[in-house]
Ligand binder design. Structure first.
Ligand code: FE2
Length: 270
């Protein structure tokens, strides 16, 4: 089974570059299932029903979220109830929606788990104790293919998740910082990257127009962040190969630029 993961999609530039390239990439690399984090896909904040359909029509199979999942709350409630859209599973159980879904891919069960970190994030349940219970339950149910989107600010939290779960899950991809890291590895059958990096504008500040972040840095006064109308964009996608036992055997990252330049890096396989 080959799965792919796209990190934080930011606004229209992110949606457009996916529209232009995802089908080709899926074909070229025989990708069976595509997961994407889209909590910033609608003008940088949240996800509308319209934009979610646009992303599903581009070939994305399942959408994950994070701290911005609720920015377009009414639409998100509908999406969580009716579409393959997750929010972090470690929100309190009283919160609508779920952060785990089991799908069938090539007659094999694949579980997708969405979790959120604690540092600099909304108050949520401990993601580490939470995921240990989730993974144990999945394994008892015979689910061996397990993918995790860990939406967290701190790089150390993400490394802890890796060390905690290596050998027990198929893949852990970090999201949230919007800045991709190049530490992709496969260890004990678990693919890992600290942060996947954004898909959207690459020439401003984490996909947002630089003007307000610069003003904030110089004066301490904030303002509303906007996605630029025009920019150079990037698509960042992880491609992960899993064997029949759910072990990652290989992984790579493709960075695709709007000038069609492509940079590919391979995971260190330990
Ligand atoms: Fe986030």
């Amino acid at each position: 089974m080959t799965i792919a993961f796209i990190g934080d999609i930011v606004g229209r530039p992110g949606r457009n570059i996916i529209k232009q390239n995802l089908n080709n990439i899926k074909e070229k690399y025989n990708i069976d299932f595509v997961i994407a984090n889209a909590e910033n896909a609608s003008h940088g904040f949240g996800l509308t029903i319209k934009n979610a359909s646009e992303l599903f029509n581009c070939g994305i199979d399942l959408i994950t979220g994070g701290n911005h999942s609720w920015d377009k709350k009414k639409d998100m409630v509908t999406l969580l109830e009716t579409k393959p859209v997750l929010r972090p599973d470690n929100y309190p159980p009283s919160i609508i929606g779920s952060g785990i879904k089991i799908v069938e891919v090539n007659d094999t069960k694949l579980a997708i788990i969405n979790l959120m970190g604690i540092y600099s994030m909304p108050q949520v349940l401990n993601p580490f104790t939470h995921v240990v219970d989730l993974v144990e339950k999945l394994q008892n149910d015979g689910v061996k293919h397990i993918f995790i989107d860990f939406h967290a600010e701190s790089t150390a939290e993400k490394r802890v998740m890796m060390q905690l779960l290596k050998g027990k899950v198929s893949a852990i991809c970090g999201t949230h910082t919007h800045i991709g890291t190049d530490d992709l590895e496969v260890t004990n059958g678990t693919f890992y990257v600290t942060d996947t990096g954004l898909t959207g504008c690459r020439d401003n500040v984490i996909g947002m127009d630089s003007k307000i972040p610069i003003q904030k840095a110089l004066t301490g006064l904030g303002g509303h962040f906007d996605v630029p109308n025009r920019c150079d964009s990037i698509m960042q996608i992880m491609i992960i190969e899993l064997d029949n036992d759910g072990q990652a055997t290989n992984g790579m990252k493709i960075k695709l630029y709007n000038n069609h330049k492509e940079v590919v890096s391979n995971a260190l396989v330990n």
